[in-house]
Design a protein around this ligand. Structure first.
Ligand SMILES: [Zn+2]
Ligand SMILES: [Zn+2]
Length: 213
């Protein structure tokens, strides 16, 4: 299983573009590739994908965490080049995407063999739980429902191994104790505190980062 950051506020590889927003590609053998969020801007998203050797037509599923523009801005560009992908959006968004299989997510649901949505927490945002051999890895957009709430929600799928994505203003750092992988991206306000408190577990996020799980 591989998670590649394709859109982030920071860039980690030359030739890629950074921009305020978040998008990650989740690739698991023998299941459709999942694009989680689409960043703020389609041109940047497609540019980064091309540089990373990712064909947007190979994406089977697009999951939108929540409807803020820095997560949905690239969706149109993806849909223009990819006519097949299924879409999962939080139910509260009420978005209409014509001619597509769209699932409006309220409760927790299974998205593919090893991938589950938390469901729309606090009426705003869904996160993904990936079942890896090491435990559950949670992928978050902005964590608006709160990191603690999200970790509680994914704990039902197994022991939580790691977290990747935007943690917003989260600072209840005790909640990260016991995790083996902490990759704070995008809107995370306390990146330096997290890297200082968890030097072994912390992985610096950026566009182009590839994590083998
Ligand atoms: Zn955001
Ligand atoms: Zn947001």
């Amino acid at each position: 299983m591989k998670v590649t950051i394709v859109y982030d506020n920071k860039e980690s590889k030359p030739g890629l573009e950074a921009g305020w927003g978040f998008s990650a590609l989740i690739e698991i053998e023998n299941t459709p590739a999942i694009l989680f969020d689409t960043g703020a801007d389609g041109t940047t998203l497609l540019h980064n994908m091309e540089k990373l050797g990712i064909n947007p037509r190979d994406i089977g599923i697009v999951v939108i965490s929540h409807t803020h523009g820095d997560h949905t801005g690239g969706l149109q560009a993806i849909l223009e080049v990819n006519r097949e992908a299924e879409i999962y959006i939080p139910a509260s968004s009420r978005a209409r995407i014509l001619g597509r299989k769209v699932t409006a997510v309220t409760e927790s649901i299974q998205i593919s063999e090893k991938v589950f949505s938390t469901g729309e927490l606090e009426g705003v945002e869904q996160s993904l739980a990936l079942k890896t051999n090491k435990g559950i890895v949670v992928v978050v957009g902005c964590s608006h429902p709160g990191v603690s709430k999200i970790i509680d929600a994914v704990s039902r799928f197994g022991k939580v191994y790691g977290i990747i994505g935007g943690l917003h203003g989260f600072h209840n750092f005790d909640r990260l104790q016991g995790l083996s992988l902490i990759c704070p991206c995008h809107c995370t306000q306390y990146k330096s505190e997290i890297s200082r408190l968890f030097p072994e577990q912390h992985v610096a996020c950026g566009t182009g980062l590839e994590l083998e799980l």
